[in-house]
Design a protein around this ligand. Sequence first.
Ligand code: F6R
Length: 599
Amino acid sequence: MWYRRLCRTPGSPGHVVGRIETPGIPRLDRKSVKTIGKVANLEKRTAEQVGLELKNGLGIAHTRWATHGFPSEENAHPHLDSSGRFAVVHNGIIENYQVLKKHLQDQGVKFASETDSEVLSHLIAQCYNGDLFDAVAGALKKVTGTYAIAVISSEHPGVMVVARCGSPLLVGVGSGEMFIASDAAAIAGFTRQVIYLNDHDIALVTSAEADIRSLDNVAVNRNVSCIDWEPEAAEKSGFDHFMLKEICEQPEALANTIRGRLDTRAANARLNGLNLSPYELARIHRIVIAACGTSMHAGMVGRYYFEDLAAIPVDVEQAAEFRYRNPIIQPDTLVIPVSQSGETADTLAAVREAANKGAIVAAVCNVVGSTIARESGRCIYLHAGPEIGVASTKAFTCQVSVLLMMAMLLGRNRRMSYQAALELIAEIENIPQLVREVLETRSHIETVARKYAKADNFFYIGRGYLYPVALEGALKLKEISYIHAEGYHAAELKHGPIALLEDKVPVLALANDLPGKDKMIGNIQECRARCSPVIATATTGDLEVEDMVDDVIRIPRCSQYVAPIVTAVALQLFAYYIARERGCEIDQPRNLAKSVTVE
Ligand code: F6R
């Protein structure tokens, strides 16, 4: 059942895994099993066709996230060459596959799938001259695009050739066995020792060693790192879903993010991964935050922090657009890529673009040793523990906390007073407790959520610090419940979207008692005048909003700096309970992958 344990990590479609035990798989034992749907389907079919355990041999597996061709058995990996001797699993996109495919077809090669990946197995077969390593290296020199691949051949029992370019890949070092995977969470239950491969690395892996080389066959040295969390952290621990577990463990995750980073004597933050002297900090005159999805929403909260606390102008960039827009980057620009996985292709491309243009790059990542963390040179880790549920929850709140501490550091380097910093430190230290208080209201949030679970459309509105939280709340709801949800600045509704409001379209208004609340009350009235049911977040003890809305979700009193974190937790729970009421696949929503390693 090794492939199940390796593949089971929810949210890992698109990932590649493999395992090598003692050498010597008899040729007749070669089997390839494919299914569509869940890994459990594959487990069942494998049990029927092969038996559940990998005995004395090696295997590769892949949970495909469809790029070229529908999810079907034909398009599922591994892809074999026409002779059936070479099997390949591939994560990434072969951009020149059409040219290569046409060329191969002209030579009489028959293709069995619609995928781009299949060209690899045929190319390897063509390049094969008795040496598997050379054949794979030869094939890879012909392709452009991104890949993490694992290749095995019936001609070479006990040997796997793996390579990466643009998609993550690591080798797990076991005792008398080796593993390969796209994500450490897949192998943490087998070994803690991992070697992260770099782009253009290719390795010949046996049960005893990994010989890592460049595509030109020059040996390269890669360090062995240790996975810094316990394998149990990647278990559900009695929760129905990883998402709920990860929402509920936020007090601990946030405490881990904050721990050791606040210095009350100096009234400052201590962020070792940043590694910039006060002189270098003072030279930063602009900040660009590049990120995708939830991480971008965290970056949008960060913009408010940097501008308010440090008076540094900030642009938040959709990482996918950053590279292609030819952004203006100067030597005094600090670029902050924000990424839970540290592997998001678009964010990684932004890191490379920023570094090329001479920016100071300092990442905010969760996954230690991830590509973005390594390539940025500087990284402030979240220490949130593995996030398995596809919908990002604890990473968001921890990212926002890190950005708040960064802003305090830059603020203290400029205009923020000792006293103001001390007050902020006290607030940051109280975040885990405030989040605990929100979690204690879970059952009320569940009751409210169930009431709205049948809605087809939803609006989330916010202002100021809670505007990005409205965007994030809407994203959470749509991705796990499949309800169409839009996040808007509350003032923006009247510029178009208000046309959609009616009695079947609920509005979730973030009406905490913070600057801008009076304006939000006006916006709530506008929604009510269009007959939309309104659910509001309101500060505990603030009764003003209560009378004008249908339902209230209480948020403990806190400043605008901390409110985005605490309020986001309530919205995560709200989305979770709606999705559960609708019977959705919460940890693995359709069409989504945990780390998006294709552009
Ligand atoms: C949504 C979600 C995604 C990710 C995005 C970036 O819940 O998880 O929007 O935030 O794909 O991923 P990272 O943070 O790994 O770069």
